[in-house]
Write a protein that binds this ligand. Sequence first.
Ligand code: BGC
Length: 763
Amino acid sequence: MRSYYKTNEWSVIEEGFEPQKHEASESIFSLGNGHMGLRANFEEKYTGETLQGTYIAGIYYPDKTRVGWWKNGYPEYFAKVPNAPNWIGIHVLVEGEDLDLHTCKVSDFTRELNMKHGYLERSFTAELKSGKKLRVNARRFVSMVDDEIGAIRYTVKPLNFSGEIEFISFIEGSVVNRDSNYDEKFWEVLNTGAEADLAFLHARTRKSGFEACFSMMVEVSLNGKIIPATSQSLLSESYAGKSTLVSVSSGEEIILWKYAAVLDSLNYTHHQIVEKCKQSVRRAFEKKFDRLFDEHSAKWAVNWTNSDIIIEGDPLAQQGIRFNIFQLNQTYTGRDERLNIGPKGFTGEKYGGSTYWDTEAFLFQFYLSTESDHVARNLLIYRYKHLDKAIENARKLGYHSGAALYPMVTMNGEECHNEWEITFEEIHRNGAIAYAIYNYIRYTGDKKYLAEYGLEVLIAISRFWKQRVNWSERKGLYVMLGVTGPNEYENNVNNNWYTNKMACWTLSYTLEAINFVKKSDPDQYHRIVQKTAFGFEPESQAWQHILDHMFFPELNEEGIFLQQEGFMDKEQRMATDLDPSERPINQHWSWDRILRSVFIKQADVLQGIFCFEDEFSTDTIRRNYEFYEPRTVHESSLSPCIHSILANRIGKFEDAYDLYLRTSRLDLDDYNREVDEGLHITSMGGTWMSVVLGFGGMRIREGMISFNPHLPKKWKSLSFHINYRGRKLNVNISEKKVHVSLIGGEPLQVEINGNRVQCVQDT
Ligand code: BGC
């Protein structure tokens, strides 16, 4: 596949303006800093097709759920991420004529997402209808250091005329979402205002009552000299801006710097927010663009030291993985435990910016391995803080005695997704949340986490599993009926192997955790018993009984774990039997046909094997992989990464590489033809895993980190950075050798291809 964007190790570059690709590029060139983010909308007016997107972390709109048949237990609302007031706007009027790339002739257009330094830059020449030509360059970033701040440097050079150019820099509050029902508006503007030096807009989301304040300041230079440009305030009920008029001669250069601050009610009260927002933008203004940018770029240098992956010999793969790492770092920084990671991050409206099991199952490992421990810990604390709501959620569905069902989709702990087969049945998400606690402790060694927070969550989830299974007289075993596994192309199935496995594993891990805390920290144990009214004898015995008597569907003679009971009654077809014109099946087949078919949307049994790999022999893994891979259509972006890791594990290296390619450049090459909606942030976490766990073969077993790598043929070398138990490691893998160097921290024993070596810092 030819890539639309130029291949460059550190940048994504678009050359030439193709309006029909504009919305896709708006996603690709998105910027974010964990607190806020924006699609690559143009600063100046644009009357062509565009998906406007400015997002603030943690802010949501509780939209009415739209369902034909209301079912008891359905959530009250579906959370949407509101497109926030636009603070980037700079309209350019050349002697009264609008600069609009939709209506003028555009040449020498380039757009660059510079991943090394974290900025977006765009240059073009525009010829207006009047024949006036100008060259424009616009660079912007959202600060990684001061996450309330964004800045734009907008440069204009008239090429064939002299005259007056008016710049209208503004904040627009009258914004809409593409996914709003009946054109409903999600924001109401409370106030707009201006002072000599700045303008601001204070808005509140309807229904959910979140507030956000946006402030802006501008400065202008002509031929390198700051000019006291006449600036007029422009205010309306939902708009605040400044107009700046500059007289310019052909060939001269005007630079307009726009500084913006975005503050929200997660951090400021109603009474503070406007004043604080003005202070923030003035602070940014005083620092000036270059210093703000240098600080921001220095932070990116640190991010890259922690998380870069270098692939030699495959520039496409190199760009792909850096793009993924860049977006992951932009989406979540771990600064605020109230925040989480939407499947599309700050790049689109789909999935409403909400938290899915994606976080624990696909994204967690990236942050765990590349950031200091508190970042992954904050992701766990996020769920800990939602425990009461998860218990409440389970109660609404008829569970009791402190059983918790975490929501499939949430912004604040409440379930906000209304498809019954997902909300009520995709309960395996509870297992992913328990597994993340285990994964965190396995990686960091921070066992204290169990006593402090983890055990309460584990007990509540185990109580749920206990109540969710039932005893089958006929089988003489426990069964779990009416579930949806990770493969959403099956609903309401009995005994999904993955879900049963997750449930049993949680029960067993909880028992282990209880015994550990009881012994190591009796005070905390006592506190937890009191708080949760935990009955050691009856509860642990009941859980053990389930563990010992759970039914797992299997094809015994062939050593295959069956995705669910009845799976073999389906017509056994392979994905290669499908006519390419029918794919993706979710766009060509009725839901009825999909449900009855054998085709698998995403790793399901294989997801379980991935999690509990050490329990299975290589032969068992191979048999299951060979059974499921041909039946899998990978119509979720979360699928190929898991298959790729397992393919590496069983020595199917070509498969591993092919599957990896599908995830690594999924968005850059727009494999699914939907990148205009936003990026697949979750899949990016999966891609990272397929490099480090897959090709790098990294594993943690009993406190020992090990690498068992295998490089794709094309790659000359692979190196990556890892944070592990207070150490910074660099792992360098080439065809001939594997070198693990300690960059920071105490000496450490690591295992490379089965041999233990001591890693010390180079002196
Ligand atoms: C996948 C889910 C995932 C969701 C959000 C769906 O297509 O099947 O597993 O949680 O997307 O990424």
